[in-house]
Design a protein around this ligand. Sequence first.
Ligand code: ADP
Length: 338
Amino acid sequence: MTSPAPAVAAHDLTKRYPGGVTALDGLSLTVAAGTVVGLLGPNGAGKSTTVKILTTLARPDAGTAMVAGRDVLRHPDRVRRAIGVVAQKSGADPVATGRENLLLQGRLYGLRGAALAARTAELLARFDLTQAAGRPVRTYSGGMQRRLDVALGLMHRPQVLFLDEPTTGLDPQARTAMWEEIGRLAGEEGLTILLTTHYLEEADRLAERIAIVDRGRVVAEGTPADLKGELRGDAVHVELAQAPDPVTAGLLRAALGEFAGVRDTVVDGRRVSARADDGPATVPHVLAALERQGAAVASVTVARPSLDDVYLRYAGRRFHEADTAPAPLPAAAAGGAR
Ligand code: ADP
């Protein structure tokens, strides 16, 4: 059953690390009970710091956070009993077997005897590990290790599960299997899941809502469809045979700007990009206008807005570009970046 109170309610979290790095700069986040929410953002955006605070591993300098109805600062022990954490780095003992890992985890949470045995067997079956239960974890494939990690996080039946990049390093098949498993956990068992991810596709597939984190704040929040819908219309990309000179580029921009429903025209080298309310219907007019200006067209594509376009809009750069060039701002500049 979902309860009306949010599973996570964080307000204005601020965290500054020694050396002057502002990791969180007033981050607020609400996660409704029984939903899957994806925290998306480039390296250094503040995702891990947020998760550390919500899981009681770090304290904010300012701000408040309630998880499963408990205050992370006042009752960290109660929060810990209500949450499961699956860290990026496996917490399983590689020398012990899968079953031994689960038994130990259960004992740490006070399970004993028949209840412990039953929960262990249930989780092994649930995560398709019964056959491998007696083998040392170091012999497991990446996908099996990840499934065991999730099983360990669920041992004490938490209300909120934190998944830190659950499919990083998995091959595509294991990744798809893990996505299905996470989807089932949320759907059938009503668990609340907060996942951090580097993969736009993962967030798009799994998360009912997405919070885009950039430079220590949530810069956009909503369902993937809402976020994409806000961009209104399709992306039209034209590749010209050769880059126009600046005067011609200006003429091209002006020519496209005359069409109703076409906006945000950018001419960048040989690439002309614009947004159009109805991309397919607009293409013939755009091509005709370009040719009237003497610009030969090499190729044209029309695409529905993607999460990457959403990311570009809110973070001011492409997701993968942001990811490869983490650029945390010094404390003083972080607030006024956009
Ligand atoms: P993400 O998980 O989105 O990659 P983090 O929360 O790990 O981001 O980091 C946010 C910022 O805080 C980064 O600039 C990072 O370098 C910095 N940071 C994180 N942990 C520490 C730490 N223990 N000491 C100093 N700086 C840190």
